[in-house]
Write a protein that binds this ligand. Sequence first.
Ligand SMILES: *Cc1c(COP(=O)(O)O)cnc(C)c1O
Length: 401
Amino acid sequence: MNQLQSLTQIQSDALWPSPETHLAEMTPDIPVLYLSPARLRGQAGRFLRHFPGQVTYAVKANPHPVVLRNLVAAGITAFDVASPAEMEAVRSASAAAVLHYNNPIRSEAEVAAGVAFGVYSWSIDDARSLAQLANVPRHCEVAVRFALPVAGAAYDFGTKFGASPEEAIDLLRQVAALGFRPALCFHPGTQCEDPSAWIAYMQAAKEIAACANVQLARLNLGGGFAARHYGTPPDLEPVLLALGQANRRLFGAAGPDLLCEPGRAMVSDAFTLAVRIKGMRDGGDVVFLNDGIYGGLMDLRDMGLPHRLRVVSPDGALRQGAVKARQVFGPTCDSLDQLPDGVPLPVECTVGDYLLFEGLGAYSLAMSTRFNGYGLSELVTVQSLVPRISDERSGQGGVSG
Ligand SMILES: *Cc1c(COP(=O)(O)O)cnc(C)c1O
């Protein structure tokens, strides 16, 4: 509740020119997530322009009301939700938003909540999850989620949900026989850098539909699109183009309508996370931050260190020059609260400085806990995520010393 209050308050705040200007003026002692609404809408625009189908947003990546409202303003009309709380968050941002409930394990109360919220698309992956939909109106879509063993993603979503292709044939037949709009869905895994992961699934979807003798209304390609801050993933546009081409090649002109559900790739780059150095030991070889893997940096545990990181002094000036690999800990008393080994930080950085991790919009705020009384709760909107020339002239950021 506390968090929510501060979050609602925040969006009426004026836009700051850059993270550096805010840090220099406010010297916050808690971690701060900086959002560029322009960057977020720009990314939504790229998906909308280049994906040959419906673009939805996977709310779990970042359910902040400002994120949802900006995506609605950018033209996103449908959302992938996994719980009644996410449905509520979406409805608060847009009364007309279309809900796709893509968590096949539901309690009876959750099914009832989905019906009450008017969910349009439901994913299922076994007989029980289908049987639970007896009260769902027949104009709704039911998508059979299936899973293949696919390499190439950073994190395998197939181990938890998804019928085998054989089971999917039978389930798809039943979905059609019950009078729902028949669809198939999958998730190739997050931070997927190779379009062939989706295309292998599309090929399997074609075979499943053919064996079931069901004309697919839609094929949901899930999320998994790569964000920029881990290595150098392929550009988004060629990946989206390849998926449209694969659909035509596999299914011909009468193929299913496509939809996708980016989470990470939609929001990552619109945010920069600023955390502060609160202690140093062993001549600076060991660094303690005011945020860690129980807070906004939780995703680093699975994904590794983001490549774009800069350090600024409390007056917003960039620390430049030689770097040294450090051991970096978060603020809690748990020794697991540690960043991946060897974080390269400038030799001259010191207690009170800020580390700015670019591209930390996904799975940061959403996963942050209050363990030990720490955690990420502050969001500030900025015009630009990097300081501009005019800021440099005034001495705020971008220059050293
Ligand atoms: C998590 C999830 C997504 C988003 O995945 P990203 O890798 O963040 O793009 C999309 N669809 C479903 C069903 C999910 O569970």
